[in-house]
Design a protein around this ligand. Structure first.
Ligand code: UDP
Length: 351
């Protein structure tokens, strides 16, 4: 299925295999007949995401930090999905996030180069920062604060995009860049502090739903099976420029909270909390390129996707897993606050 091996299954390596998207990607690749080597240092990934593959002879999980060079034998394709990805996680693991986007991604690219393998890198809508163009097309260069709390992720991903393009230009590695917009579904860590995980678990516990800022900021939420479908189509394509894969249906965070209340049947109240610094005000992918090049578009709307995720989050709550607030990162005296007051101007701290 991957274009290098249209006629036969290959050996595919997935970094970040124990993460939310990495684990779903492993499932999809195995379903297509490939052998899959998953790599994860378990910084934010969870072995439980791969527990169902324990008896799968075509799958192996190697615990390894890709910031150290690696080679686990010949591979036909490399999917580079290793990185903390939720704001709470990457702000807590700032230096690790910068390292995996730079050193780790370079090691993964070297592996692809050595074995003549295809390469797909998981980039992000965060490369657009707090966008001044809306919706975001792939040609928009973004509006990123290079020294703010989110910069550890945004700039790591921007650097890794440059690195991937350089390996394509200078070394002719067959690379692909997907810009992933907010994605959710089963295996999204209930404690990763993201909006869907927080709101779903808060609603199911009957706790207040935490809305940061006034809740008018927007996001576009893609269900995981749609996201994986788009990623695999891109991996098979001849496209080397970045491609947005996300759901273009745009929701304010308040509207999203109402959907969560409707799906869970919860009577939780809404509680407003300070907006994180540099929190993008609006985000919606322009998916014209994905439609045209890949014939892809999402099929599952937010209501249906939340319904499909309900049992998973219910189980998380039954296991006693907690949601995580945004203010989890250590603050040094020299660091500006990580949030601004709910009534303050969103996006920048006052100086
Ligand atoms: N958010 C919120 N309540 C929460 C968690 C997040 O209002 O409990 C907001 C957050 O400030 C942001 C949006 O929801 O505006 C999406 O946040 P998330 O962390 O899911 O991902 P992001 O798109 O910011 O990377």
């Amino acid at each position: 299925m991957l274009k290098h091996h249209a006629s036969r299954p290959g050996r595919v390596l997935v970094t970040g295999a124990a993460g939310f998207l990495g684990s779903h990607l492993c499932d999809a690749l195995l379903a297509e007949g490939h052998k899959v080597v998953g790599i994860d240092n378990l910084c934010t990934g969870k072995p439980a995401n791969l527990a169902h593959l324990a008896r799968e002879p075509r799958f192996e999980l190697v615990q390894h930090d890709i910031c150290k060079p690696f080679d686990f034998g010949p591979v036909d394709y490399v999917f580079n999905f290793a990185s903390p990805a939720s704001p709470v996680d990457y702000i807590e693991n700032g230096v690790e996030t910068l390292r995996v986007g730079s050193e780790g991604t370079r090691n993964a690219l070297e592996l692809a180069r050595t074995h003549g393998a295809g390469f797909l890198h998981a980039s992000t809508s965060e490369v657009y920062g707090d966008p001044k163009e809306h919706p975001q097309t792939e040609d928009y260069w973004g509006n990123v604060n290079p020294v703010g709390p989110r910069s550890v992720y945004d700039e790591a991903k921007r650097f890794s995009e440059a690195l991937v393009m350089a390996y394509h230009r200078y070394y002719q590695v067959d690379t692909h860049l997907v810009r992933i917009f907010n994605t959710y579904g089963p295996r999204l860590q209930s404690s990763d502090g993201r909006v869907i995980s927080n709101l779903m678990t808060q609603a199911l516990r009957g706790e207040d739903l935490t809305i940061y800022g006034d809740g008018t900021q927007t996001r576009s939420f893609c269900y995981v099976s749609d996201e994986i479908d788009g990623i695999l189509r891109l991996a098979r394509s001849g496209e080397h420029w970045p491609v947005n894969i996300g759901n273009p249906e745009e929701w304010t965070i308040l509207e999203c909270a109402r959907e969560v209340l409707a799906v869970t049947g919860s009577s939780s109240q809404i509680r407003f909390e300070p907006l994180p610094v540099d929190d993008p005000i609006q985000r919606r992918p322009d998916i014209t390129r994905a439609r045209r090049l890949l014939g892809w578009e999402p099929k599952i709307n937010l209501r249906t996707g939340l319904e499909l995720s309900l049992e998973y989050f219910r189980n998380c709550v039954q296991r006693g897993e907690k949601s995580r607030p945004v203010l989890a990162a250590p603050l040094s005296a020299a660091t500006r606050p990580l949030t601004v007051a709910a009534s303050g101007a969103p996006g920048r701290p006052s100086s």
